[in-house]
Design a protein around this ligand. Structure first.
Ligand code: SAH
Ligand code: SF4
Length: 380
């Protein structure tokens, strides 16, 4: 193996790293030690890994690296939200967002360079698709963000932040459809919940999906973390127009898949995400249809103010409309919360993440054409 083919250890979960270490003729517990150094202690230099024998450290240096994608820019919003733009090669860039709140710190990570699902209301969807991210690129966002946040805390407060709890929650709500990159996303999830790595509980890791049913089922068996389903429309006719994937996995099947997932989920409900689009999906009649769905699937609804971007041709529902919509749901006993928009001033809000994608598909071209097709209003 040449030096240019060094293995990046950051993307290996416990099973894969144990296999590799065994292949190198070392004991399985060395994998645990390595995971601990890399992910819990945040080290990337083998010479710091003091409980590893010298010959093992030399071997590691010769054959492996610990590398995250490189940061291109970092922006900090007036509300404390941080957005990083990472280089993922060949002129593609992805985005990661940190949202600090009083009682938690949420990191929103990307799983693909672009997205193939092409949702009408999503900035990433309008860009088309380049490729899946590797596990190293996915978990590398978490490694890098935590390292930077910890360092900035140390500088600001003058003492060394002992704990890694600056990131308490990780959500796959950045660029891409995580369940269409399942093989690379799963080891990243495993590292997030590994006690030796990031040690998050399954409730604090959320996969958000536009509804890729076969992989919802697979996740429920392999590693059932919290699930958010991007619903955005309460009937197939409208959902087909907003999320083209609905034609393949329509609502009835999606609801059944949600009910199957709940049996394994760390929480006994699914979160339904519902972007409020002025005059499109936000009428009282839509709210009533949504109630019917929520009566069939144990769920909480997260109403999301639409974050506009120039090519969308869509508008955000007014505060009054969101309140009225929410009140109808609440009146029927359904828990509905409205998401606070964060990081507006740096375009870090949901659906505004655009990075820089060299579209290999025809999606961006198609989306430009589709923009001129109005959404049919008789979708009730
Ligand atoms: N592909 C996955 C996860 C990434 S999108 C999914 O679709 O669920 C993460 C969330 O951002 C989804 O709920 C998505 O619908 C929402 N979103 C996309 N575009 C948005 C926009 N313009 N304004 C507000 N939320 C948006
Ligand atoms: Fe892809 Fe999610 Fe955006 Fe739809 S909302 S285009 S699935 S990233």
């Amino acid at each position: 193996m040449t030096k240019s083919e060094k293995i990046n250890l950051i993307g290996l979960d416990n099973v894969s790293l144990t296999e590799l270490v065994a292949k190198w003729g070392h004991k399985p517990f060395r994998a645990k030690q390595l995971i601990n150094w890399i992910h819990q202690k945040g080290k990337s230099d083998f010479s710091n890994m003091t409980n590893l024998a010298n010959d093992f450290r030399s071997h590691l240096t010769e054959y492996s690296v610990i590398a995250t994608p490189k940061v291109i820019t970092k922006q900090v919003s007036s509300d404390g939200t941080i957005k990083w733009l990472f280089d993922v090669q060949n002129n593609n860039a992805i985005e990661t967002v940190y949202i600090p709140e009083d009682d938690r710190g949420t990191l929103c990570i990307s799983s693909q360079a672009g997205c193939t699902v092409a949702c009408r209301f999503c900035s990433t969807g309008h860009q088309g698709f380049n490729r899946n991210l590797s596990t190293s690129e996915i978990i590398g966002q978490v490694w890098w963000a935590r390292d930077e946040i910890k360092k900035s805390l140390n500088t600001d407060s003058g003492f060394e932040a002992e704990d890694d709890r600056v990131i308490t929650n990780v959500v796959f709500m950045g660029m891409g459809e995580p369940l269409l990159n399942y093989d690379q996303v799963l080891p990243a999830i495993k590292l997030l919940i590994d006690q030796n790595a990031y040690g998050l509980s399954k409730r604090r890791v959320t996969v958000s999906t536009s509804g890729v049913i076969p992989f919802m089922d697979k996740l429920s068996q392999d590693c059932p973390v919290a699930l958010a389903v991007s619903l955005h429309a309460p009937n197939d006719e409208l959902r087909d127009q907003l999320i083209p994937l609905n034609k393949k996995y329509p609502l009835r099947e999606l609801m059944d898949a949600c009910n199957r997932y709940i049996d394994f989920a760390p929480r006994d409900f699914i979160t339904f995400e519902y972007i409020m689009l002025d005059g499109v999906n936000d009428t009282d009649a839509h709210a009533k249809q949504l109630i019917d769905i929520c009566r069939e699937v144990k769920s909480k609804v997260n109403l999301i103010p639409f974050n506009p971007f120039p090519e969308s041709g869509l508008r955000r529902s007014s505060h009054e409309r969101v309140r009225a919509f929410s009140a109808i749901l609440n009146g029927a006993g359904i828990v509905a919360t409205t998401r606070k928009t964060r990081g507006d001033d740096i375009d870090a809000a949901c659906g505004q993440l655009a990075g820089d994608i060299k579209d290999k598909s025809k999606i961006s071209e198609l989306m430009r054409k589709r923009k001129s097709i109005p959404i049919k209003k008789e979708t009730l």
